[in-house]
Design a protein around this ligand. Structure first.
Ligand code: ZN
Length: 149
């Protein structure tokens, strides 16, 4: 049976702990879960603080700036929607506001640009990036652009 989803980019399936992350993303805000008791940031979102075991949390707004901590170019076999855009990158971004918090995403030329919109030779570890947001199949996801294109 044909399934349109197999031809689409993958989208997140938020759980209860992570739902606020995606709700803020939909408003164009990058927020990271923080412990309401000791203030430690944690990612991915989870119910309990690993530092003080508190179950109280808040969502702290980030500047959206970071740097490329690592990156890869996924090799085939790829899902059809991704094969069309290969070679594309997957990057790990270390947040400027919280160097121990790292998010996986894609470096693109503009929020709605295709995944292959940045040439592979442009990527380097340490490059400064800025978050942008794009609607992917009805879900707003964070992506990254170079601070100095
Ligand atoms: Zn805590």
């Amino acid at each position: 049976m044909a399934d349109a989803k197999t031809d689409a980019l993958l989208t997140p399936t938020p759980d209860d702990d992570g739902a606020p992350f995606w709700e803020y993303a939909a408003r164009g805000e990058l927020r990271i879960q923080a412990c309401a008791a000791c203030g430690e940031l944690r990612f991915p979102p989870r119910p309990c603080c690993p530092h003080c075991q508190s179950f109280d949390s808040t969502w702290r707004k980030m500047s959206g700036r970071g740097r490329i901590w690592s990156y890869v170019f996924p090799h085939p076999p790829l899902l059809p929607a991704y094969a069309e855009q290969a070679p594309y990158n997957a990057i790990v971004v270390e947040l400027a506001d919280a160097p121990r918090i790292r998010l996986v995403g894609n470096l693109v030329a503009a929020p709605d640009a295709p995944l292959d919109s940045v040439a592979p030779e442009r990527l380097r570890i340490g490059a400064k990036v800025q978050v942008v947001f794009a609607d992917v199949g009805g879900v707003v996801v964070p992506r990254w652009i170079l601070e100095r294109p």
